[in-house]
Design a protein around this ligand. Structure first.
Ligand code: SAH
Ligand code: SF4
Ligand code: F3S
Length: 454
């Protein structure tokens, strides 16, 4: 009887508003904006800033580190209170926790209508329709062969930057990581589709494009010539698009690093000198245990080659500390690697066991206090390096892509080629332009400068 009532009220009421909560990587940010595009096209839904007045709530979750599931359930607790008052509210949980947990989510939180994974979200309008027709609980976590991208509407741009997923998934199976299980195998979009989406974003006003993938430099897509194109070939083709001013990409894997890619950094002026190349650890023993597929010396050779072709390249990495079995000596090797490379920025994480991964079957033996101490040491070093790298910019005149107004009156905000934030006194009409700015001051996370008139 209750179900019948809900069924009735649901199909009668128009859907107007969508609230989205996104966790995780840029891939998830991209997926969320595509979900919003889809729901806008199918139901005319507009995004709202709080869940309280939404007709549909979609969570796009991340499962990469500890407590991911707990975070999802505690957020869902908030939504339950809203649904208690408005039973016609539709709640969907997507992304990597959705994929990993499947219908366990609805067993624990029965008020969740839809659980879906990163490879099924193109079916959201249909799933919402079924729920509105009275279906209770839907789980869609299969990994279909079909190209999800063929089912998505033309993307919207947000500001001057456009994001394009060029490949998805991961076949690397690092022992600590859930991504291969949540995102599925590596799959590259055809070159033509990528270029087409890039062009559409440029036509809508994007000046900068960000190519996305879990192992973006492992791209192997069908080329228009019938051959398989690798990542570097694609970079040259995207860079040739006329309206494009700046090109970036994320995230790369050292095992997919090539000499051609290092050369491209030197040869393609639109390719910005910033490279996120996660190494995770500086210890050969730990790299081997993690199944990363390369040694620290291999990594040093890659960095040397990059710097040979692009001396100013800004480097960044992810690090995991406290991987099972990590000794003081292993950790010292990581510190040594960081000192030798010299990073512009770094993301440092304490190891946490993730469900279903090989590492989770080994005892997580490094005491929390040791992990904390090592993390602190690594953070201090990488923060110091970041500061040194911002300080090095003082006195230089850099090309800044002006993105928006800053917080202080008269301030404009933009980014340097190597992705650092710069504030300067300017005019809103400069948004979208690339302006020369002389850097006058360096802070921990950003720079200040003055417009430079020659
Ligand atoms: N594909 C990318 C990164 C994906 S996950 C790559 O291979 O580099 C993003 C980062 O989360 C990883 O680089 C790693 O540093 C961290 N991470 C992944 N699993 C983790 C775990 N179990 N514990 C702690 N950090 C983890
Ligand atoms: Fe995870 Fe490794 Fe794949 Fe990166 S390469 S997504 S860390 S399994
Ligand atoms: Fe997280 Fe999934 Fe991205 S686990 S980091 S949202 S691929």
């Amino acid at each position: 009887m209750l179900n019948e009532t809900i069924k009735q009220s649901r199909s009668d009421k128009n859907l107007d508003t969508l609230f989205m909560k996104t966790y995780g990587c840029q891939m998830n940010e991209y997926d969320s904006s595509r979900m919003a595009d889809l729901m806008k096209e199918a139901y005319g839904l507009r995004l709202v800033a709080t869940p309280d007045d939404a007709d549909v709530i979609l969570m796009n979750t991340c499962s990469v580190r500890e407590k991911a599931e707990d975070k999802v359930y505690s957020e869902l607790g908030r939504y339950k209170k809203i649904k208690d008052k408005r039973p016609d509210l539709i709640i969907g949980v997507g992304g990597c926790v959705g994929q990993q947990e499947g219908d366990r989510i609805q067993k624990r939180a029965p008020y969740v209508d839809i659980v879906f994974g990163p490879q099924t979200y193109h079916n959201l309008p249909e799933m919402v329709k079924q729920i509105r027709r009275g279906r209770v609980h839907l789980t869609a976590t299969e990994m279909p062969e079909i190209e999800k991208f063929d089912h998505l509407p033309t993307p919207e741009t947000h500001g001057l930057s456009g994001y394009v997923t060029i490949m998805e998934g991961c076949d690397k199976f690092c022992t600590f990581c859930v991504v291969p299980y949540t995102r599925g195998p590596e799959l590259s979009r055809p070159v033509h589709d990528v270029l087409d989406e890039c062009q559409k974003l440029l036509d809508k006003g994007a000046l900068e494009l960000n190519l996305l993938g879990q192992n973006v430099n492992g791209y192997r897509g069908a080329g228009p010539d019938g051959e398989e194109w690798d990542f570097t070939m694609l970079l040259y083709a995207v860079a040739a698009l006329k309206k494009l001013k700046r090109l970036r990409f994320i995230t790369s894997h050292p095992m997919e690093m090539t000499t051609e890619l290092a050369i491209a950094f030197g040869e393609i002026p639109k390719l910005m000198p910033f490279f996120h190349l996660p190494v995770q650890s500086g210890s050969d023993q730990i790299l081997k245990a993690m199944h990363r597929g390369h040694t620290r010396d291999d990594y040093f050779r890659m960095i040397d080659e990059l710097r040979e072709h692009c001396p100013d390249i800004a480097l960044s990495s992810d690090f995991i500390i406290g991987y099972p079995g990590e000794t003081d000596e292993n950790f010292a090797d990581t510190i040594d690697l960081v000192k030798r490379v010299g990073y512009d920025s770094a993301f440092c994480f304490k190891y946490s066991p993730r469900p279903g991964t090989p590492a989770s079957k080994v005892i997580d033996d490094i005491p929390e206090s040791v992990k904390d101490a090592r993390l602190q040491t690594l953070l201090e070093l990488t923060r110091e390096q970041a500061k040194t790298s911002t300080k090095r910019q003082v006195g230089k005149t850099l090309d800044i892509l002006v993105e928006k107004e800053g917080k202080n009156p008269g301030d404009m905000q933009g980014r340097t080629p190597d992705f650092k934030i710069v504030h300067f006194q300017g005019q809103p009409r400069q948004i979208g332009q690339i302006m020369p700015v002389k850097i006058t001051e360096a802070y921990a996370q950003s720079l200040r400068g003055e417009l430079f008139f020659a």
